[in-house]
Design a protein around this ligand. Structure first.
Ligand code: BES
Ligand code: MN
Ligand code: MN
Length: 456
């Protein structure tokens, strides 16, 4: 019988060509103009899953982008794995910073360069190909379901309802997701937690039109200055967030667990070099890894207002805006945090301006227990294919729908991701090493067989 590594070797070029076809579809969920591409990407995946051996594959329209569902159920006696992924991608801008066009994938230096190469088309594709191998060789040891959405990058607005409406169809023992990173191929890891998110937009309005900054400047409250002051006051000198009640529900992580975390090798110099900075900064009293793994944050994602064009223009602007996101940890609630933010932000607004706060989207953090058959199966699979026992790592990123899956479907997720932090997801020149792509395809069938055995 063909082994998975032989199968990968024999089908390598076809796999890449198929993945490239998916990547060439610019399925940017943030843009209205790409709606036809969302439908094309969903159709492509439905066809791929059918060809890979699904006995049923269907596109479910939603109020937003369609969800692709597929399944192959072999026996009610066997456990069921529900694979989740997303076919939507982040916008590719700024385009001029790409070394090759974002939707024209190419291989250089052993990596695929394109938007979605990792997040999440590349990672999702590994599951389709592992599934194809298992159905083709008659080695599928579990029932499998696929649920692939097209709105993850904009907050998964339609997926909660989809889950509520299709609870029975989605019933499973575990959700398997590859949409996170590992530390390195020679230091494999499994994501044991994700942070939550509350994403806000604020708008400060002063005078009802831009004013001459000489005639009016000095006497009129400037909304851009005010916005800077207000945002600056959201943190103290120690990097602590000053919003009253913000930390009330933050679970303290035990000294023991922090010591365990500290064992993970971390090369500060290399880390700084990889992002082009000469120092790091954050909340006092915590290490770099703790700051991204177990502590909440507040960051400006974008800030604008007034004159930002070429040259100079002497105005006192009418409006200022910012997009501000807070990464959350257990047990912070996204809506509660959004309202704490909103109450506080409005309370510090000076007279002379009008402030509006909007909650755009969010979701709660997620923690994966380590003593379950599904985590053990993932750990064994990764150890077998990478030749090293993986360590559990709490990731700083968010997949807010994962906590919703637990709430609505009552199913825990396993975050077996094969990306690297340096894959530049969401940035120009996103890339995915071919090594990780093929190792991922190799690891997934191992997960299934260990899981089926451990669940017996
Ligand atoms: N795949 C990422 C999340 C991720 C990446 C987790 C790397 C851990 C490591 C996902 O597509 C993503 O980008 N999520 C967003 C949140 C979403 C609501 C926009 C994020 O984390 O910013
Ligand atoms: Mn993703
Ligand atoms: Mn993403």
């Amino acid at each position: 019988m063909t082994s998975i590594s032989t199968y990968i070797e024999q089908n390598r070029d076809r796999f890449l060509e198929e993945l490239f076809e998916l990547i060439r579809i610019p399925s940017v969920s943030a843009k209205q103009e790409n709606i036809p591409d969302m439908i094309r990407a969903a159709e492509f995946l439905k066809d791929s899953l059918e060809k890979a051996g699904a006995s049923k594959a269907k596109i479910f329209p939603t109020a937003g982008n369609p969800v692709v569902y597929a399944e192959k159920l072999i026996s009610p006696k066997l456990p069921t794995v529900l694979v989740y992924g997303h076919y939507d991608v982040q916008p590719a801008e700024p385009l001029d910073l790409w070394k090759s066009p974002p939707f024209e994938p190419e291989v250089r230096d052993g990596r695929i360069w394109a938007r979605g190469a990792d997040d999440d088309k590349g990672q999702l594709f590994m599951h389709v190909k592992a599934f194809e191998f298992m159905t083709g060789t008659g080695t599928l040891p579990c029932n499998v379901k696929f649920m692939i959405e097209g709105e993850e990058e904009t907050g998964s607005a339609s997926l909660e309802k989809f889950c509520r409406d299709n609870k029975k169809m989605l019933a499973a023992d575990v959700i398997l997701i590859s949409d996170t990173t590992m530390v390195a191929p020679d230091l494999p890891s499994i994501t044991s937690g994700l942070r939550g998110l509350s994403y806000m937009q604020v708008e400060v309005t002063g005078p009802d039109h831009d004013l001459h900054s000489g005639i009016y400047g000095g006497a009129v409250v400037n909304p851009c200055n005010v916005l800077c002051d207000m945002i600056a006051s959201l943190k103290d000198r120690n990097g602590h967030i000053t919003i009253p009640g913000f930390y009330d529900d933050v679970l303290t992580v035990s000294r023991k667990e922090r010591n365990e975390m500290a064992k993970r090798p971390f090369d500060r110099e290399k880390y700084m070099k990889s992002i082009g900075v000469d120092d790091l900064g954050g909340e006092k009293g915590y290490t770099d890894l703790e700051r991204t793994g177990i502590r909440p944050t507040l960051d400006i994602n974008g800030i604008w207002g007034g004159f930002t064009g070429e040259g100079t223009k002497t105005i006192l602007p009418s409006k200022a805006f910012a997009k501000i996101s807070m990464r959350l940890v257990p047990d912070q609630n996204a809506e509660k945090t959004a309202s704490l933010f909103s109450d506080y932000f409005l309370s510090i607004a000076p007279r002379g301006v009008n402030v509006k706060v909007e909650y755009l989207h969010g979701g709660e953090a997620y923690v994966s227990p380590l003593d379950t058959p599904e985590y053990q199966a993932a750990a064994m699979a990764v150890e077998e294919s990478f030749g090293k026992k993986p360590i559990p790592v709490r990731s700083g990123g968010s997949i807010p729908i994962v906590s919703t899956f637990e709430k609505i479907l009552g199913i825990k997720s396993i975050l077996m991701g094969f990306g690297l932090d340096t894959d530049a997801i969401h940035s120009p020149n996103e890339n995915y090493p071919l090594f990780n792509l093929f190792k991922g395809i190799e690891t997934i069938p191992l997960f299934y067989s260990h899981y089926a055995r451990l669940k017996k």
